[in-house]
Ligand binder design. Sequence first.
Ligand SMILES: [Zn+2]
Length: 342
Amino acid sequence: MLLDDFRSAAASLRTDGPGQIAAASSLDAWTEVRNALVGRTSGRLSDLMTALGTLPKEDRREAGQLANAVKQELEALLDARHTELSRGQQQGPAIDGTMPARATWQGSVHPVSLVIDEVVEIFRELGFTIALGPEAEHAWYNFGALNFPADHPAMDLHDTLYLNDDLVLRTHTSPVQVRTLQQYAPPIRILAPGNVYRRDFFDPSHAPMFSQIEGLVVDEGITFADLKATLTRFANRFFGETKTRFRPSYFPFTEPSAEMDVLCGVCKGSGCPVCKQSGWVEILGSGMVHPTVLENAGIDSEKYTGWAFGLGPARTAISRHAIPDIRILYDSDVRFLEQFAR
Ligand SMILES: [Zn+2]
């Protein structure tokens, strides 16, 4: 080859190259163009380099400089085009600025959990700690240890779910009282939240599984005055300034026993459908721990006394939010639940 031929071959590569590079519309096309122009083993630049060796010696220096200049120009263009094509690929489809935003959804804590959290928080300030027990419980812990007489109707198959002769699904959280008393020495101040089970029909005011919160205090010199003062303070914290009243009641595991009512939050005591015109709403059951329960758990009932209470968070949530049907609490209906988002 002669120098003139080499010059015209380099010039035509210099003319064609930029157009081909600009026309590459994808990364695949870009690779093809690069191989055709400056590929190492084949391609027009590589042909030019091969031709360089056939030139007369005195022309090779000039020809080499020319080939290098073309190579650098093409490679710079190839790099720039590659950057453009890569950026285009990352961007994906064009953004439609007029499209409406997707609605965000705010989750919420379940109203029953809200009640449990709040009750726990109030009693924690009063020095109570949390205690838990099994939901599949020995009949002795569920009934016998708690002073249920052998013929008590609660032990009937009609009311209790038996897993076998010995195990029941606990019907209340009170077995945790006995387990705690067996395990720890007084002074004891515990709160035991958990699920309990009854053979109830699933109707507007009953559920076969529901949560309960149990409280227990045992120490020297504990009296009914401690029970009244603590539970009244709790009621005023939980419901805001309110009035409480205690009505005599009966539970096998407490003596004396009392139910605590608070002033109806809807009518403030004047009477309405929520409180069945009484002006009061029942909140919890309570009483002084029966000496037999203390003795059954190995606590000296001459030295120690105590009080306990049990509260239903679902009932509390229902009266607090005037929910007409208990089953709504277990439906997991998002439209209901999202009202409690805060
Ligand atoms: Zn009322």
